[in-house]
Write a protein that binds this ligand. Structure first.
Ligand code: ZN
Length: 592
């Protein structure tokens, strides 16, 4: 047998259980079996093997010794005949990175299902999907970019085969009832799969997705040479959100309310977010799935694999995702500028903007960005959001020099596709094209914890950046011109009829008063505090006055002294100073 075979059965839906049989011909007297600790694209240790139950091994002569070595590895003793390893997987992870099974859908990421066999990961890996016999799974179909074996019809249960283990774990599967639509880009079929039965404008979703693909394709001047098909797998739930990029597909999780309603005119916020997600994951087809940090050419899946380059891969993808929405005419210039205002506000109002560098945030994604706690606004800068602003700042300089970021990225892609990028590659490439000063600036922006010179960048793109005070707790945009309320400098969450401090911003009024995350606000200046009353109180109490703030800290009743401070002007506003420059940017940026 010159391949590794996995038979996957949806054995118990209500127990979320999959039954797996791994069969292979040993090439020595002992093999190691292991599951990855993480899945590429999502930089967090997930320890997939914790969901394995009841593992055992045998061959035709009986049971085989299987000794567990650590949390995810087993040593298997073999004889010179075919081995079968049987185990159960608990599949109840409502995310795009693992496995999930219920009576509506099965989401299978082979990274958390298929034990790798040492010395055999470069062999073909065959997946046999057996059709379940349950009434609810009648008429279920299979959507995946994994190649089918001859004899298995498209969308059917049966045999699928990856060229190697690496391709296997890069090919998620969606099983269930779904709608399937398709379009072609340069003759390459693109499939759009939407799980479940939903009421939405499917023609619009298809047309919008196609236009986004065309816009992203224009950045690179063509599809990747090895792309022969592409699958958008949309898993629709009540209120999930997320996406993960793969070589020939993406698995997306969204709410059914994100799908476009019939008769929707301009995209509402939910649908715009979904289009942004689709655009983001598709851009990754070039940018991190093919061009990638050099060390990712050999993934180390047993433990963390560090890189300081995520600002380049996730940040630039985040810049190009929304840009494709406006370039392709899916959203208006004004809607795009609103999205940029929110982005700038999110990055710059957090104390972390001048406390953590982008390289540091990238490197420590495993234990910081992916494991955020209440201190995150003070300590963690987003390599997505701030990385997108670095892309915008580079764009501004290149536009001013008569070229654009798309043209640069296209050359950069070609230059580093085969080798992958080293930590300094992007800045070296800038310098090599004569942008030495910009290369030095980018090095500085990425490696030092400091705010970016955004006003200058926007000016070069024809926009004026100004700031106003927030109008309510979560205000990141809007045009309310009322007097600014005083600000506490913390984020609050309604809880048990009151307000609880979620995150405390360092050096704020709340910090100076001695508030802590977790405190429950009861009264300010002798009046009950509610979600409704607090903004009114903050509007009426004089700035500079010291007011008693009564709180519960766990079960203790305390009164703190709060000095009221005017809210800082931290909400970004963009206005057009030179429409010609803006037009030139938004029409050139995606065509190089
Ligand atoms: Zn991404």
């Amino acid at each position: 047998m010159d391949r590794v075979h996995y038979r996957i059965e949806l054995s118990d839906i209500s127990a979320h259980q999959l039954s797996i049989q791994l069969t292979f011909m040993p090439s020595s007297t002992s093999h190691e079996l292991s599951l990855p600790a993480w899945i590429p694209g999502s930089y967090m240790i997930r320890n997939f093997a914790r969901h394995i139950m009841q593992i055992s091994a045998r061959d035709a002569d009986g049971a085989l010794d299987l000794t567990q070595l650590d949390k995810q590895r087993w040593q298997l003793s073999c004889r010179n005949q075919t081995v079968t390893v049987s185990y159960l997987i608990y599949a109840n992870d409502m995310s795009v990175r693992a496995a999930y099974l219920d009576d509506e859908v099965a989401i299978l990421n082979p990274a958390c299902l298929c034990l790798a066999v040492s010395d055999q990961t470069s062999l073909p890996q065959q997946l046999e999907l057996t059709r379940p016999g349950f009434r609810v799974t009648e008429n279920w179909r299979v959507a995946t970019a994994l190649p089918r074996c001859s004899g298995t019809a498209m969308l059917d249960f049966g045999l699928y085969q990856a060229a190697n283990y690496c391709q296997l774990i890069d090919s998620p599967l969606l099983l269930g009832h779904f709608t399937l639509q398709q379009f072609a880009v340069d003759g390459v079929p693109h499939y759009l799969v939407v799980s479940g039965q939903n009421h939405y404008d499917s023609a619009r979703l298809l047309a919008d997705t196609e236009q986004l693909c065309l816009a992203q394709r224009a950045v690179f001047g063509g599809l990747p040479d090895d792309l022969s098909h592409y699958w958008f797998l949309l898993w629709i739930t009540e209120n999930g959100y997320g996406g993960l990029e793969h070589q020939d597909s993406t698995l997306l999780l969204c709410s059914r309310h994100d799908l476009p309603a019939p008769q929707l005119k301009a995209p509402d916020e939910a649908y715009q977010t979904l289009l942004g997600l689709i655009s983001h994951e598709y851009f990754h087809t070039w940018w991190v799935k093919r061009l990638k940090p050099a060390p990712f050419h050999a993934y180390q899946l047993a433990q963390e694999q560090y890189t300081p380059q995520l600002w380049l891969y996730e940040g630039f993808t985040s810049y190009f995702d929304d840009l494709a929405l406006v370039k392709s005419g899916r959203i208006s210039q004004s809607a795009y500028l609103t999205a940029l205002e929110q982005l700038v506000t999110r990055v710059t109002r957090n104390p972390s903007d001048s406390r953590q560098s982008l390289a540091d945030s990238s490197f420590n994604a495993w234990t910081k960005y992916y494991l955020q706690d209440e201190n995150a606004p003070n300590s963690i800068v987003s390599y997505y959001a701030k990385g997108a602003l670095v892309a915008l700042a580079v764009e501004a300089e290149l536009q001013a020099a008569g070229t654009n970021l798309s043209a640069f990225c296209r050359d950069f892609y070609q230059q580093y596709l085969a080798t992958g990028t080293a930590d300094q590659s992007f800045c070296q490439a800038l310098a090599a094209q004569g942008f030495t000063a910009l290369a030095n600036q980018v090095t500085d922006w990425v490696n030092r914890a400091q705010p970016l010179p955004l006003a200058e960048s926007f000016a070069k793109l024809g926009l004026t950046l100004s700031w106003r005070s927030p109008q309510h707790f979560d205000d990141t945009h809007g045009n309310n011109e009322q007097a600014a309320p005083a600000s506490l400098g913390c984020s609050l969450k309604p809880q048990n009829g009151g307000l609880t401090v979620q995150q405390l911003y360092l050096d704020s009024a709340a910090h100076q008063a001695g508030l802590m995350a977790g405190d429950q606000l009861l009264a300010l200046a002798g009046y009950k505090v509610t979600e409704k009353s607090l903004p009114q109180l903050l509007k009426r109490l004089p700035y500079g006055s010291v007011q008693p703030l009564t709180i519960f800290r766990k079960d203790r009743l305390l009164t703190l002294s709060l000095t009221l401070q005017a809210a800082k002007a931290q909400v970004a506003m963009l206005s057009v100073a030179d429409q010609n420059k803006v037009t030139s940017w938004l029409t050139s940026a995606l065509s190089s």
